[in-house]
Design a protein around this ligand. Structure first.
Ligand SMILES: Nc1ncnc2c1ncn2[C@@H]1O[C@H](COP(=O)(O)OP(=O)(O)OP(=O)(O)O)[C@@H](O)[C@H]1O
Ligand SMILES: [Mg+2]
Length: 373
């Protein structure tokens, strides 16, 4: 028995997989696209991988699936080693018990929709009488009922993508890898499929690793978000933590809009006062103890919706409204100040005009200091 054979018999049945990646490296030729990556994905959760194009998201999924051989490191799926460069283990893809939807969905053009989706069941020797209700159920789930006999070439891009999702789910794998599976769907279907995927994941208690470019999709789908940058993990955690408490400027700017400037907290009677370095205005009063060292300049972030607008002669940072954009339910203002242009979001209607003088202030709890700067 080879090392590979031995390891693949150690799988535990029935439990949802968690994935642990240890010191993973992957090179193409002499270009290392992933180096020394250690990260793990929780069992029974949806983990979303985000990051700029070319940062290595697809490569990571393909390494987990066994479609790409890492240069070094180890990968464990629910404590079963599927790859280890030290132990010389490399379990083939078909024995990793996972389903994958590719970025280029890879469905078979010469088969019908039904045959494409039934393929994994046939490969596992499931009799056709048992396969049929399962295939029809996933086709209904992805909104393709009635199209079973259609040839795969006679489908739109979005329909082909749904065939790929159905095929991936038909076997109820314990680990599901999805590489931008909703990118070709129109906005409405996309939101619908998101909800369906989430319900399905909860029902199957499956572990899902999901790649997307869409921040809103990431926020609405993820239990945990993993933001990658040039093959390394920049920050991970629940979406809210990445949005409200980013570690670095890169993370702050990746999620939505961020106003970033240097400020210092100075001692005042009773409470600290936060003053931007290039201005003399006090923008917040409160306790900054433990968050910003008194007297030291630190990079801080204020989200657009956290700025409060005040009268021109009020306390705070003086500014002039340079631009107003109506975004349906909210207004986005660009406000010129001594510390540069600030993006300010106002929910609902506000009686403001371009050219008007205002002041900006912020509640202390909405000032976030960037620890990585
Ligand atoms: N087979 C290959 N041969 C050579 N280089 C490759 C190969 N596959 C990927 N790369 C390179 O590895 C890097 C990471 O690619 P990868 O496809 O993982 O990025 P990605 O994050 O999925 O990007 P996207 O968001 O555009 O899909 C890129 O620079 C890419 O050009
Ligand atoms: Mg990709």
């Amino acid at each position: 028995m080879s090392a590979t054979e031995r390891s693949s018999t150690q799988t535990s049945q029935g439990a949802a997989a968690s994935v642990a990646i240890e010191r993973l490296a992957k090179s193409f030729g002499n270009v290392e696209v992933i180096s020394d990556l250690t990260v793990s994905f929780r069992a029974g959760a949806i983990s979303v991988l985000l990051g700029a194009s070319g940062c290595g998201k697809t490569t990571i999924l393909r390494c987990i699936a066994g479609l790409e051989e890492p240069s070094a490191g180890a990968i464990r799926i629910h404590d079963r080693t599927v790859f280890s460069s030290h132990e010389r283990i490399n379990v083939p893809p078909e024995r990793r018990n996972l389903g994958m939807v590719f970025q280029s969905y890879a469905i078979w053009p010469h088969m019908t929709v039904y045959e494409n989706v039934a393929l994994p069941l046939r490969a596992h020797g499931v009799p056709s009488a048992q396969a049929r209700p399962r295939v029809l159920e996933v086709l209904r789930l992805v909104g393709l009922e009635g199209l079973e006999q259609r040839s795969a070439t006679q489908l739109s891009g979005g329909q082909q993508q749904r065939v790929a999702i159905a095929r991936c789910l038909v076997n109820q794998p314990e680990l599901v890898l999805l590489d931008e599976p909703l990118s070709n769907l129109d906005a409405k279907l996309r939101v619908g499929m998101r909800t369906e995927l989430r319900e399905l994941q909860r029902r199957l208690n499956a572990t899902m690793i999901f790649v997307t470019h869409d921040q809103e999709e990431a926020m609405s789908l993820a239990d945990d978000i993993f933001l990658f940058r040039n093959g390394h993990l920049e920050q991970s955690g629940p979406g809210e933590a990445l949005y409200r408490r980013p570690n670095t400027r890169y993370v702050a700017e990746f999620f939505g809009k961020a106003n970033i400037f240097e400020a210092a907290a100075r001692d005042a009677a009773g409470a600290d006062e936060l003053v931007p370095v290039r201005a003399s205005a006090i923008i917040a009063r409160g306790s900054f103890a433990g968050r910003a060292a008194a007297g030291r300049d630190v990079a801080c972030m204020v989200r657009p919706e956290a700025w409060r607008i005040g009268l021109p002669d009020g306390a705070g940072l003086a500014g002039r409204i340079a631009e107003i954009t109506l975004l349906g339910d909210r207004l986005e203002l660009q406000v010129e100040t001594e510390i540069g242009r600030q993006c300010v979001m106002v929910l609902g209607y506000a009686p403001v005009r371009v050219g008007e003088q205002i002041t900006l202030s912020v509640a202390p709890e909405h000032v976030h200091f960037l620890p990585g700067e």
